[in-house]
Structures are given as C-alpha cells and as structure tokens.
Unconditional design. Structure first.
Length: 229
C-alpha cells in the first residue's frame, strides 16, 4: 500500500541535507552526547512532523531541540518544552496523553498536526534566514495536503513570522502583523485563521512569561475556532 502523501513528504524531509551548518551541528550533537543520554542512539537527522492527517489545527514550533527532537526523532519530544506543550494539549483534548518522551510512547494527536519552521536543531536555537527559507517549502506542501485545517497556531515569534512569509507568497504582497500572545488574525487569503502564542520553552514558562493558564486559554480559543468542541 502506498504511503499517505503526508508520510511520504516526511520521509523525504528526513533525508534533507540542504544546510551544511545544520547537518554538521545535528550530527555532532549525536556524537558528543549529554551524559544523561549517553546510551541513546541519537536521531541526528531532520525531524518529521506528525499528528492527525485530518487535522483542523496546524501548530508550528521553531525547531527540534538538540537533545529533544534531535535525539528522539519526533518533534516536541523528550524535553521541557515538550512536557509543557503536551500537558496543555492533553488538558484541552488535543493529545491522547500529557507526556511526549519517545517515538513509541503511544502519543496520538487529535485534530492537530504538529510541525516546525525548521526541521533540524540549530546551534543556540538560532536558525539563519537562509536556513528557514530552505525549510519553508516543506511547510507549504504540508498545508496543501492538510485540506481540513481551519486554524494555524504559531508557537513563538519565529514560527509566526515564518508563516507570514508563506502567506505573503500566496497573496503576492507583504503581510505584516504584530506578534503577541493570544493574538488572532483573519488572513488576507482567507482561512485558516492565525493564532499566536509564546513558545512553550523553559525560558518562557520558568520565568512566568507563559503560564499554564494563559497557554490553555489560547488552546481553548484555537479549539473553538477550529470547530473541535
């Protein structure tokens, strides 16, 4: 049986070597491992998206974490950002469980597809504009295949701006919107609606910039607009 088009695309993504800096970094991280993960066989490749192929919500993160997704092979898995995100998604019924620790842990996303602006872990979590541009066509292809999506949720400013660049290409003119937590925008090309949230990273939730309550409030709005209630 032929693979679902989304799965075929993810298989293609895992073979990507367009960005020499990212290739070198992701592979080096898998060699010079953290002591706590020294027994792991690191993924050290581009990390595929995953979720419900009939999703009404597309959530966009920044990139795999060096010792999270780059280690496990699944985006938002095995790190503090993943724990915060999945607890919120589970609370509103968008994930089957509140944890995301490894690829075979049984996690299922419900009505949600999870992707990222960049598929490889970048040094210091800072991709270059060229690297983001190289990855952008993958997200465009995902959106074309996810025909039921009614809401896009950008997790962080980089994801927000990456999606705006994609929309700008669609409408053939610059689309500039202000990023702030809880923002909701109708897009010039029509659906899907765009929501913004602070990224669920430790630097945001450990400082109180992003609280569980404020994050769940955005997720509930997203779920309502997507017609998932």
């Amino acid at each position: 049986m032929a693979a679902h088009p989304l799965q075929a695309l993810q298989d293609q993504i895992t073979l990507c070597r367009q960005c020499p800096r990212l290739v070198a970094y992701r592979e080096q991280v898998g060699i010079v491992k953290r002591r706590s993960y020294e027994t792991w066989d690191y993924w050290s490749r581009p990390v595929p998206s995953f979720g419900d192929t009939n999703a009404k919500v597309l959530a966009i993160g920044l990139a795999p974490a060096s010792h999270g997704g780059n280690r496990t092979g699944r985006i938002f898995t095995g790190d503090a950002s993943a724990r915060f995100l999945m607890q919120g998604l589970h609370q509103v019924g968008l994930s089957s469980q509140p944890t995301s620790e490894h690829r075979n842990d049984g996690l299922k996303l419900q009505g949600l597809y999870l992707t990222a602006a960049l598929r490889c872990a970048p040094p210091a979590d800072k991709p270059t504009r060229e690297e983001l541009a190289n990855c952008a066509p993958y997200m465009a292809q995902e959106l074309a295949l996810l025909q039921s999506v009614r809401v896009v949720l950008a997790l962080g400013r980089t994801a927000f701006e990456s999606y705006l660049r994609l929309v700008s290409q669609q409408v053939e003119k610059p689309v500039r919107l202000a990023f702030h937590h809880g923002a909701r925008y109708e897009m010039p090309a029509g659906p899907p609606v765009l929501f913004a949230s602070y990224h669920p990273s430790p630097r945001n939730h450990n400082t109180g910039r992003l609280t569980e309550a404020s994050f769940v409030a955005v997720l509930r709005q997203v779920k309502h607009d997507a017609g998932l209630e």
